[in-house]
Design a protein around this ligand. Structure first.
Ligand SMILES: Nc1ncnc2c1ncn2[C@@H]1O[C@H](COP(=O)(O)OP(=O)(O)OP(=O)(O)O)[C@@H](O)[C@H]1O
Length: 653
């Protein structure tokens, strides 16, 4: 009852704030005020309409979990330790990815229902853009630890909770995950959570450092502290170096020291990082010889920038020569797991990924080409996830899947009453929804000419004009597009604007078809492993099945492979997938090339058309079956058939 009254008062305060009325916020902390304003002004959250908690499906949660799997593995001991300390005080523990999706959870079983309702659950979405001011979302936005206590939450649904979160950053200083402890009940005063804040901050740093040591386990790492007694137990500074003193990476404290150094002695070339002997007063042999210098294997050095003494110890690499670099100024490619795992040893994919690594931090528009199902969207998402806009939204739009009459309103949005049939309140278009992040336009070749002109304007002016609006709205988006069509040909035919093409094609990444890839074995294995991870029942791939999969020519590429393996996993009875468990189409050794085309009376000009034709003939022109195999809708298959001039035999008069 008390909560209801409080919720009403809370809602009133925020509604007044959103209406621009005078509200007394004197008791409200700055950091919370700023977030409330973001919720109202930027995310357009309506405080008068509390939102139910959003919990992702198991599959969607696993998709978020995958990129932080390695971190979760390293963090597990720390997570368990922290939980064992706070559980008896009524706290639960959440670990979210950098978007605020809960990917690890520890809580009391007996409170399961109440916790789920409160969003303290695996898969719960604590993104500030959706959940409003909250510890996880706000700490991601601000990049610092924060307590969000009771009515400091924006959404009235959450004002019973107290939550304290600290970001976990990677060696570049970017938020990688967030550690949070939350309780359903707590004392009134926000100060009661100060201890929770210190504890979570401490554990977040320990996890960060454990991840650093794990990631640079093959390098020389200097561990230092200003107290000699603490170096071995809790040396707070970590710097990974090469044997010549080049700095490869540093943790938060190390980066702060480098920053202070660069502030005092600015680099003469962009991105240049000082060597360890510039940072600290000593020869490289002094650092490499620390172990023999004293009984406790610690040696004192002066940090030049701060003029303080650092007590340093040296952690030897587990394996020599495998240094992985994190700071610039290095020539070896930096590991980018989200991109690296897309291929093994295929030369075409190597070229694509090498370029993708360079492009990911740039604002340049990228056009991804390749047959259907080759992973264009997967690559676009990896570019987004590993780039500077990773904390912003990734909005994917399939231009072929939206009916032509709706593309305009979906993309550009509209004001109330802009057209009959629209929502009463109007709608924020997908372009605006991508603000601060990436807009991925799949099947860009299917965009009608009239809209191409409007899109060009968005790209040139960086503003969007919703239907019915008089004033354009500024948008900050990076655009990635994809197509399996030949846009140059479409330009010649007058179906695609040349100026738009040049805007979109800042760089082009061409994904090879699965049948062309030298690393097919790796792709099959990784798709199989990913599917097995989603199921309770695992079945391994027997050699005969693998060899059939390797031999098949995959007109639907990785999507078709995924569907085939899904089928096999769903229908297999034992714990082994044999060749007999695969869908029939994978066993047909269809001849490739001109002979097949000669049989086809239809006009099939490009590789994609040929691939679709193959698939249609194998499926005996059963469109539903082809749609299922390609993972697209029937209308999409018909549209593609129409585009390639493919006509079913019984329709050829
Ligand atoms: N490297 C990969 N590992 C595992 N699964 C993948 C990989 N690449 C693509 N997939 C899967 O294959 C399917 C098709 O991928 P995606 O949608 O990215 O292809 P696309 O080229 O964009 O297709 P379309 O032509 O329909 O636009 C998806 O289910 C995706 O998860």
């Amino acid at each position: 009852m008390r909560l209801r009254t409080e919720q009403r008062q809370h809602i009133d305060t925020l509604v007044h704030l959103s209406e621009g009325r005078d509200v007394d916020l004197s008791g409200c902390r700055e950091v919370i005020q700023r977030s409330w304003r973001r919720c109202v002004d930027e995310y357009r959250l309506d405080p008068g309409r509390p939102r139910s908690v959003r919990v992702l499906t198991q599959q969607a949660m696993l998709d978020h979990r995958e990129p932080v799997d390695e971190l979760l593995h390293v963090a597990r001991a720390g997570v368990d330790q922290l939980f064992s300390q706070v559980a008896r005080l009524g706290y639960v523990l959440l670990l979210t990815d950098r978007r605020g999706i809960t990917v690890e959870f520890r809580g009391q079983r007996e409170q399961d229902r109440a916790l789920r309702q409160a969003g303290l659950y695996l898969g719960a979405d604590w993104d500030e853009r959706y959940a409003g001011t909250c510890a996880v979302g706000t700490s991601i936005h601000d990049g610092q630890a924060i307590t969000c206590h009771q009515s400091e939450h924006f959404d009235a649904t959450h004002i019973g909770l107290t939550c304290t979160a600290a970001p976990i950053t990677d060696p570049q200083g970017d938020v990688m995950a967030v550690l949070d402890i939350s309780a359903l009940q707590s004392p009134r005063s926000q100060e009661s959570q100060n201890f929770a804040l210190s504890l979570v901050t401490l554990y977040a740093r320990m996890i960060e450092d454990a991840y650093f040591l794990h990631r640079y386990r093959d390098c020389l790492v200097l561990r230092y502290d200003t107290a000699r007694e603490f170096v071995h137990v809790n040396g707070r500074g970590l710097i990974a170096i090469e044997e010549d003193g080049t700095i490869i990476a540093a943790n938060g404290l190390g980066r702060a020291l480098i920053k202070a150094h660069l502030h005092r002695w600015p680099p003469w070339s962009p991105g240049r990082v000082p060597s360890i002997t510039e940072l600290m007063d000593g020869d490289i042999s002094d650092f490499l010889g620390i172990h023999t210098a004293s009984d406790d294997q610690i040696r004192a050095f002066r940090a030049r920038a701060s003029d303080t003494t650092c007590f340093v110890t040296l952690i030897e690499p587990r394996v020599r020569g495998g240094a992985s670099r994190a700071l610039p100024a290095s020539s070896a490619p930096e590991p980018v797991p989200a991109l690296d795992r897309l291929a093994s040893d295929d030369p075409a994919m190597h070229r694509v990924l090498k370029l993708a690594r360079r492009l990911r931090q740039e604002e340049v528009s990228v056009l991804i080409t390749g047959e259907t199902g080759t992973g264009k969207e997967v690559l676009a998402r990896a570019l987004h996830d590993t780039g500077a806009r990773a904390s912003g939204p990734f909005v994917a739009v399939n231009c072929a899947a939206i009916p032509e009459s709706l593309i305009e309103s979906e993309l550009f949005g509209y004001l109330p009453g802009a057209f009959t049939g629209g929502q009463r309140k109007g709608m924020r278009g997908l372009i605006q929804q991508a603000d601060g992040g990436t807009l991925f336009l799949d099947e860009i070749g299917d965009m009608p000419l009239s809209l191409q002109t409007r899109l060009l304007r968005v790209l040139a002016e960086r503003e969007v004009m919703p239907l019915g609006a008089e004033q354009p709205v500024k948008v900050d988006i990076r655009v990635i597009t994809a197509t399996h069509r030949d846009l140059s040909q479409m330009i010649c035919d007058g179906h695609f604007r040349e100026d738009l093409y040049y805007r979109l094609n800042g760089a082009q990444l061409r994904l090879p078809a699965l049948r062309e890839r030298a690393d097919r074995h790796y792709v099959i294995r990784s798709v199989h492993e990913a599917l097995v991870a989603e199921r309770a029942h695992a079945a391994r791939l027997r050699a005969d099945a693998m060899s059939a999969l390797l031999a098949y020519h995959w007109p639907g590429n990785i999507r078709q492979l995924k569907n085939a393996l899904n089928f096999a996993l769903a229908t297999v009875e034992g714990d082994e997938i044999t060749v007999h468990d695969l869908p029939e189409e994978c066993l047909v050794d269809v001849p490739r090339g001109p002979s097949l085309l000669e049989q086809a009376p239809s006009r099939v000009e490009d590789a994609d058309g040929r691939a679709l034709h193959d698939l249609l003939t194998q499926a005996r022109w059963n469109i539903s079956l082809v749609a299922r195999r390609l993972g697209v809708s029937r209308p999409t298959v018909y549209r593609r058939m129409h585009r390639h001039g493919l006509v079913p035999p019984n329709h050829r008069h």
